[in-house]
Write a protein that binds this ligand. Structure first.
Ligand code: 6CS
Ligand code: FE
Length: 277
């Protein structure tokens, strides 16, 4: 069976950018057929009311969280060797899927994500012990400067968790971890000097490109005022050495996967043997 092997050495420049900036966009990792299969899974899975479906205030879909088995083609994509090779090189270990979601910004109305870091949510709410965790965002549509791309502060990941936080929500309450009025937002008095020093960058790219970002890099994304949808499939890969051991307030499995088994790589052929849906 054909197994393309992506040698991380071919990605030296990408690994260096990720280490330096805390993010990197790798163009053209997936083709239109593969993206269409993922989009089909999204349409099917989001048609079912569920606590995994987070809505905007206008009723449009903001996020759809997925557990293994919810979306067969996405399960295959999560295990693609071309992603695992990079995630394992970046985290220097085998990895498991900590969280899988599709964030959607509907044309003309998709809402923003304020400035934040991701790791603080997983540490404070799930007890994830170390920041050996990253996210790969697979662009399901072109992310242009007009359609609500991700913005980053390059290099901000080197400061660790940037502001002292107090865990505010009672156990089981995670709505503000996923909404526009987000918990643990980075404040202006922290961002102003940091952006003056490090600048800002946007992660634009065509559908099928992948933006990898560190769990501590400061990021946000603006509204989508373009007439085109903007969806991104976010896969949070976590080192198998990094597992919550005890957290009184750990959230449901779709937010904090209880199964830290290492992901075994699949090749491109795994898609072709999968029928839609
Ligand atoms: O709380 C969480 O797990 C989610 N919240 C944000 C703002 N980003 C990381 C993650 O998807
Ligand atoms: Fe985030």
């Amino acid at each position: 069976m054909h197994r393309e092997r992506i040698d991380p050495q071919d990605h030296t420049a990408n690994l260096l950018s990720f280490s330096r900036d805390g993010f990197v966009v790798v163009p053209g990792m997936f083709d239109a057929h593969e993206i269409a299969l993922v989009e089909h899974d999204f349409q099917s899975a989001s048609a079912v009311p569920s606590p995994k479906l987070v809505l905007e205030t206008n009723g449009e879909i903001r996020s759809l969280f997925l557990e293994r088995g919810d979306a067969p083609n996405i399960d295959v994509l999560v295990r693609q060797r071309r992603l695992l090779d990079l995630a394992e090189a970046m985290l220097d270990s085998h990895v498991y899927a900590y969280q899988v979601k599709v964030n959607s910004k509907k044309a003309l109305s998709g809402d923003q994500w304020p400035w934040h870091q991701d790791y603080v949510f997983w540490r404070e709410k799930d007890g994830l012990p170390t920041p050996r965790v990253l996210t790969a965002g697979v662009l399901l549509h072109d992310a242009t400067e007009f359609s609500g791309p991700m913005y980053f502060v390059p290099g901000s990941h080197r400061g660790g968790v940037l502001q002292s936080v107090h865990s505010e929500a009672p156990a089981g309450d995670y709505a503000k971890d996923l909404a526009k009025d987000l918990s643990y937002q980075l404040t202006g008095d922290l961002l102003e000097p940091m952006v003056r020093r490090l600048g800002m960058a946007s992660a634009t790219g065509t559908a099928g490109s992948v933006v990898f970002f560190d769990c501590n890099v400061a990021h946000c994304s603006p509204n989508n005022l373009s007439p085109f949808d903007r969806r991104i499939l976010f896969i949070t890969y976590c080192s198998v050495d990094n597992v919550p051991v005890f957290a009184p307030r750990r959230r449901p499995n779709f937010l904090s996967n209880r199964d830290p088994s290492p992901l075994h790589p699949l090749g491109t052929d795994a898609f072709t043997t999968r029928r839609r849906g």
